[in-house]
Design a protein around this ligand. Structure first.
Ligand code: PLP
Length: 406
């Protein structure tokens, strides 16, 4: 292991606190990740020394901060290996980025009778915007099924594709199951029929190196707050040809070239999609988070997190009455389970009292819960700042829960 977890933990001030007089064990990284001091400092620096509205001023502060915002865009571009920096659109998060594509792509390319493909394991953020588009346009949503391990059935996916298919939208990694989907294969299949693909990378960007050029995806979206960055910032990557060919989503200041009461023309990429004052503070904070992650190295992170997942699967998986939900061959460090005869919510409450933060419920993936015939799960999602000792604490906590309900 080439990663000094105890040194790393010191970078995250929140991790050293106690809850209920017990050291905090934070296993809710799938919902949001904690922030290293360097990211917090960067935001403080913007507000205390650099703040000014960007893109509109000729004065010193505005010019400096505009540069920092555009540098943040270049940091994201290089992090995901995009061809052009204008293919990076800052949004408020994954949800807004998917809504943007569903609206703008939908306006341009989807008509009555057309079809859109998503999968059974999508987060609601990658279902509802497409569903609403289908309602508006009288189009149809088609669903890729999964097997009992929580893996996409690729042969069934191939059967869903037709000349009516306009776009495929699937996640890279499932927030519930941890399954890593073979997005290269999914994209290659769609591209044989000239169908574009949107990848929801909300749960992959923090776990493995993303390369949009290698995948050849048409859109890739993620949230800053799940990547150790600030809330309220996210990214839409889109190939230039698509972003140029679809209309704006939000309108207002900054996204225009010329406005008169007769006609408005739109700004060039990426500004056409960034109406209003952007969240420049968080964009700069996100760049700091990316630099921090790059310094540790995503390969090191992936290796260590795999060690944590294997340890948890072996140790927690040995508990009688604990069923793991999501046993795909290729998984990131997300561990979902239920406990026989114990409601996930009750279990989560008791585990919390022992200082351990896990998430319980449907995880914004109700169709997936239906597929597994459960109301909800308990999810422990591990980050590179977690330890095996913390997993041991979760093991003890689960045994206590079972004893209380015995
Ligand atoms: N997609 C997936 C797979 C997610 O896990 C999440 C959040 O948990 C989202 C989309 C939505 O992300 P956000 O709430 O940051 O927009």
């Amino acid at each position: 292991m080439s990663l000094d977890v105890h040194k790393i933990r010191n970078d995250f001030p929140i991790l050293s606190q106690e809850v209920y007089k017990k050291p905090l064990v934070y296993f809710d990284n799938g919902a949001t990740t904690q922030k290293p001091q360097i990211v917090i400092d960067e935001e403080i620096k913007v507000y205390s020394q650099e703040n000014s509205n960007i893109h509109r001023g000729v004065h010193y502060l505005s010019e400096q901060l505009t540069q920092r915002y555009e540098d943040a865009r270049k940091t994201v571009q290089s992090f995901i290996n995009a061809e052009h920096n204008h293919e990076i659109v800052f949004t408020s998060g994954t949800t807004e980025a998917i809504n943007l594509v569903a609206f703008s792509f939908g306006e341009q390319y989807v008509a009555e009778g057309d079809e859109i493909i998503v999968s059974t394991m999508e987060h609601h953020a990658n279902i509802v915007p497409w569903q609403m588009l289908c309602d508006r346009k009288k189009a149809k949503l088609k669903i890729i099924p999964i097997n009992d391990k929580g893996e996409l059935l690729i042969d069934e996916y191939k059967k869903l594709i037709s000349d009516k298919t306009k776009i495929v939208a699937v996640n890279h990694v499932s927030n519930v199951l941890g399954t890593v989907n073979d997005i290269k294969q999914i994209i290659d299949i769609a591209h044989k029929y000239d169908i574009p693909v949107l990848i929801d990378g909300a749960q992959s960007i923090q776990h493995e190196k993303v390369d949009v050029k290698e995948y050849d995806c048409d859109f890739f979206v993620f949230s800053g707050h799940k990547l150790y960055g600030p809330t309220g910032i996210g990214v839409l990557y889109g190939k230039e040809k698509w972003l140029n060919s679809i209309p704006p989503y939000k309108t207002g200041g900054e996204m225009i070239k010329k406005v008169s009461f007769e006609k408005t023309t739109f700004n060039e990429l990426p500004f056409k999609f960034e109406a209003g004052t952007p969240n420049y503070t968080s964009a700069i904070g996100l760049a700091a988070a990316i630099n921090y992650i790059d310094n540790i190295g995503l390969d090191n992170i992936a290796l260590y997190e795999k060690e944590l997942l294997d340890y948890a699967t072996q140790k927690l998986g040995s508990i009688k009455g604990l069923n793991i939900i999501g046993t795909a061959d290729n998984k990131v460090s997300v561990f979902s389970f239920d406990l026989e005869n114990i409601h996930h919510y009750d279990a989560g409450m008791i585990i919390d009292k022992m200082g351990i933060a896990v998430r319980t419920g449907h995880h914004c993936a109700e169709p997936l819960m239906n597929r597994f015939n459960v109301e909800g799960t308990i999810r422990a999602s591990f980050s590179f700042y977690n330890t095996k000792e913390e997993i041991d604490k979760l093991y003890d906590a689960i045994l206590t829960v079972q004893q209380m309900f015995a």
